[in-house]
Design a binder for this molecule. Structure first.
Ligand SMILES: *Cc1c(COP(=O)(O)O)cnc(C)c1O
Length: 517
């Protein structure tokens, strides 16, 4: 007898579908956790056996039904052990990934179970759009960005890349609109970039930034501005992440050129910031004078605003002061907020531009009914990239409700404290060098520690040597033309004392191993 297919299990029988899911989740939790505080990467043999267990096109039984039970066993026995532990361990330090708080994981399972399509705001149909808006309002408060009405267009995206695409798309729309002949009624959305730029007498659109995340160039390509539109204006070779405001002003004044200023609130190698306490007001007045748009990429860095205003965080507060003066802001949910993928956030101060850009026109069947009273909630499909969308707001809503302001702050403090203790260890060690500069104050550290080995031979292999242990995972990068390693602390699971000892021991033994060989 062929094993039951999933569609057969559930046909007309919710109880057995529910049993199947409960069993699946129970068994997932039983999978012997190879990592359990020990290993954050699967062993090569486990990886190889997962790959060899994948269906091969050309096999006689390729695409033959294995049934729900058979498939579940395959997923749990072959695939799950071959995944990394970025969410299961607090010591996965690659990229900036975050983990998933248990309440977020529970909410995410509810999202899958109920599979809402959050694209049109129909209050009589589902509470999902209201929950999404509640979560966004809570975030505005957590990040101290003012009132919800200051950010009339706000939405959840698939991640910071999507939010950066939206920021550039809105910026492009606005900076061209400001130069179009009065009363032309033309928009980029309707006429397209080429015709609108021509009508506005614009020969070039530039994006002024410093140490931008790679996704900004990708976004520039997607919105038709191109990689070369992204202009790096570093304050100095020593502080390339800082935006040179004088250079910004010179560039803004170029004839026939429209500008978007993109401030990097959190540079991905060092975790440092483009602006300091006095910079944002200056940028704002420059942008207003020259008709530019300010977008902030605060994917992970903007969460520094949720730290307490205690002495040890004042330096960081200076770095993120004034970000509320931006026209649009990117934040990531799936990094520091510790909700599952894919969750990003986009805030926009302008109430008309996002609707202009993202309007899903001429679809009568998707129009929201006129509602008395609360008209502030927009149909997400008219202010964002997607039409059909996941209810990705729910895990964010759940995390903010569960942890509250204090719980969120406590989680971020643990991340920052561990990063600073690791930075201190590296700075004081014989074998390693803290980058970008050993003279920096520890208080300039947010959640990322950049470093290299002093011994050039070890440095060549440093990232591989560390990751070979499979007990922590770090990402490699290039800094000033040399290889370097990054430790990014972003999981809710951080335990400062325990993890510090672990990292110290591991880095010391990697260095000792190198000196023996
Ligand atoms: C991670 C990151 C991005 C890209 O975000 P995704 O969520 O991967 O799309 C953009 N900007 C910064 C500063 C980031 O850290």
């Amino acid at each position: 007898m062929a094993p039951a297919k999933s569609s057969e299990i559930s046909q007309g029988d919710d109880a057995s579908a529910g049993d199947f899911l409960a069993d699946a989740y129970h068994r997932l939790r039983q999978v012997p956790s190879r990592n359990n505080e020990r290993r954050v990467l699967p062993l090569p043999a486990v990886l190889a056996s997962a790959i060899s267990a994948l269906p091969q096109a050309g096999d006689p039984d390729f695409l033959a039904a294995r049934g729900a039970e058979g498939t579940l066993s395959h997923l749990l026995d072959d695939i799950v052990p071959a995944l990394n532990s970025q969410s299961l361990s607090g010591r996965y330090y690659g990229f900036v990934t975050g983990g998933a708080l248990p309440i977020a994981e529970a909410a995410d399972n509810i999202v899958s179970a109920l599979d809402q399509n959050v694209q049109v705001h129909i209050p009589g149909h589902s509470a999902s759009t209201a929950v999404e808006d509640a979560a966004l309002t809570m975030l505005i408060t957590l990040l101290d960005l003012g009132k919800a009405t200051d950010w009339p267009r706000r939405t959840f995206t698939t991640g910071a890349t999507a939010s950066n695409i939206m920021g550039l798309a809105c910026g492009r729309e606005a900076v061209i609109a400001r130069r179009l002949p009065e009363g032309s009624g033309e928009t980029v959305a309707k006429a397209g970039l080429l015709a609108a730029s021509q009508a506005a007498g614009i020969k070039e659109i530039q994006i002024l930034t410093s140490s931008a995340h790679s996704s900004l160039s990708k976004a520039a390509s997607i919105v038709g501005l191109g990689h070369r539109a992204v202009k790096e204006l570093p304050a100095s070779p020593e502080e390339p992440w800082r935006l040179d405001l004088d250079a910004v002003e010179v560039m803004l004044a170029r004839e026939g050129v429209a500008s978007i200023i993109a401030a990097s609130a959190g540079e991905i190698n060092t975790g440092r910031f483009a602006t300091n306490v006095l910079d944002m007001p200056k940028l704002r007045s420059l942008a207003d004078r020259y008709g530019a748009w300010i977008h902030v990429d605060g994917a992970f860095g903007i969460f520094a605003r949720a730290l307490p205003k205690a002495d040890e965080f004042l330096h960081l507060h200076g770095n993120v002061a004034g970000l509320e003066l931006a026209d649009s802001i990117t934040a990531d949910g799936h990094k520091l907020l510790n909700v599952p993928y894919d969750t990003g956030i986009f805030f926009c101060r302008n109430a008309s531009i996002p609707n202009q850009v993202f309007m899903n026109p001429n679809a009568a069947y998707l129009s929201a009914p006129a509602v008395a009273g609360n008209t502030t909630i927009q149909s997400p499909l008219n202010i964002g990239i997607e039409n059909s969308r996941r209810f990705r707001a729910l895990p964010v809503y759940a995390v903010l409700l569960s942890e509250g302001r204090d719980g969120m702050a406590a989680m971020f403090i643990r991340m920052v404290t561990l990063a600073r203790r690791i930075a201190q260890f590296i700075r004081d060690s014989e074998q390693y060098e803290w980058l970008p500069s050993e003279d920096a104050s520890l208080e300039s550290t947010f959640i990322i520690v950049l470093f290299k080995a002093k011994n050039p031979a070890l440095n060549e292999e440093l990232v591989a040597r560390i990751n070979e242990t499979r007990r922590i995972f770090v990402s490699g990068t290039i800094w000033n033309g040399e290889k370097a390693a990054r430790i990014a602390v972003s999981s809710w699971r951080v335990d400062v004392d325990r993890d510090l000892e672990f990292v110290k021991e591991l880095l010391s033994s990697v260095a000792a191993g190198a000196s023996e060989s």
